[in-house]
Ligand binder design. Structure first.
Ligand code: SF4
Length: 359
């Protein structure tokens, strides 16, 4: 008899790892899929190359630990238009369109299943764990909208849900699956430990692994959407929203201030097309300015004083701030590193004058 083949949606967190272990021990052949939306922590940490962050892809790590081949599928190009901009089921607490997002990923998984001849798909979803996307009706909606219907199994809550095709066909013994509901993690931890899974290796982030659930990121993304008449997928812009303090000086002027060395170097890589400010004689932030016109002199003074405030010269009487105009603004200096450097002496701005500008 042919061994059934399943596709697993895996993030590398506790639930999806345990789901893979549960299905694998029933003799099913498994391929793990991990979808990259462009808003995942992993993508960002890799882009930042920050020594503070773990750079490994947890889904690949989980696949390797469980002996399961793992395929990362990049859906970021279409995700913005198809899901994020106008989600049919709305957003969660922040900018996270979880229900639409799950249905979208699972629809991709269904197409992959049809191409590869796999038999069913499973996830680590737990009934009632997330209020917006994992209540009973949401699980049913996602199964329907993805086109998977009853080819979609949730091994961690299976005993609380109607039997699915792999259970009815006898590919999976329903009795060996679990009946977990709710937000607690105790049962998952106990079941993972019982199977010898290394809990120290499995990340258990409280807020998931997606920037769209992050309040500060959601505010910046909303501000970006509000200031673009016809917003389109923009990978660079979405990464920059994760970096630095964002200050809105005017409807058409936004300032991004690096908060540490890793952010400063990251921002330096994105100088092209932007004004750049930095302190001449003190350690301090790299500051990028996003504006599609010439800055006025008073705006240059203001940004220079903000740059001074966040550097080591914040207590000084005057701080010399350098700046360059965007490449292309001066035809004589088309190269980003060949732009002429201007200077201005300023008094560091008071913090309470900056606070209202925060996005
Ligand atoms: S947390 Fe992010 S990746 Fe996960 S379902 Fe919600 S929107 Fe999608």
């Amino acid at each position: 008899m042919k061994r059934p083949k399943a596709l697993a949606l895996v993030s590398g967190g506790l639930d999806s790892t345990l789901a893979v272990a549960l299905v694998k021990e029933q003799g099913v052949e498994i391929e793990a899929l991990n979808f990259s939306t462009g808003f995942c922590f992993t993508d960002h940490h890799r882009a930042m190359k920050s020594p503070k962050h773990n750079l490994r892809n947890e889904a690949l790590r989980a696949g390797a630990d469980l002996g399961v081949p793992t395929t990362v599928i990049d859906i970021s190009e279409t995700y913005f238009d198809d899901v994020l901009l106008n989600p049919k089921h709305g957003y969660g607490a922040n900018m996270n369109p979880c229900l639409d997002c799950r249905a979208y990923m699972l629809a991709h998984a269904r197409r992959y299943l049809e191409e590869t001849g796999a038999d069913f798909v499973f996830t680590g979803e737990v009934l009632g764990q997330r209020p917006k996307s994992q209540f009973r009706q949401a699980l049913i909606t996602v199964a329907r909208e993805s086109g998977l219907e009853d080819r979609l199994l949730r091994p961690l809550s299976a005993k609380l849900l109607p039997p699915t095709l792999p259970e009815r066909e006898g590919w999976i013994d329903r009795e060996k699956l679990l009946g977990i509901a709710g937000r607690g993690r105790k049962i998952q931890i106990a079941e993972a430990a019982r199977r010898g899974l290394d809990l120290d290796e499995i990340p258990q982030p409280a807020g998931g692994c997606c920037f769209l659930t992050d309040e500060a990121y959601a505010r910046k993304l909303k501000d970006w959407l509000d200031h673009h008449e016809q917003p389109r997928h923009d990978a660079e812009a979405f990464v920059l929203l994760k970096v630095g303090r964002h200050l809105r000086l005017a409807e058409d002027v936004k300032v991004v201030v690096g908060r540490d060395e890793a952010e400063n170097s990251f921002l330096s890589l994105h100088r092209r097309g932007r004004w750049v400010f930095w302190a001449k004689d003190f350690t301090g932030p790299t500051v990028l300015v996003e504006v599609a016109r010439e800055l006025r002199w008073e705006e240059i003074e203001r940004i220079a004083s903000i740059t001074a405030r966040y550097g080591h010269g914040r207590e000084a009487e005057r701080v010399t701030i350098c700046w360059t105009v965007p490449d292309g603004a001066d035809e004589a200096f088309p190269q980003v590193d060949a732009r002429p450097v201007e200077e201005i002496d300023v008094l560091p701005a008071a913090l309470d004058s900056i606070e209202p500008l925060r996005v």
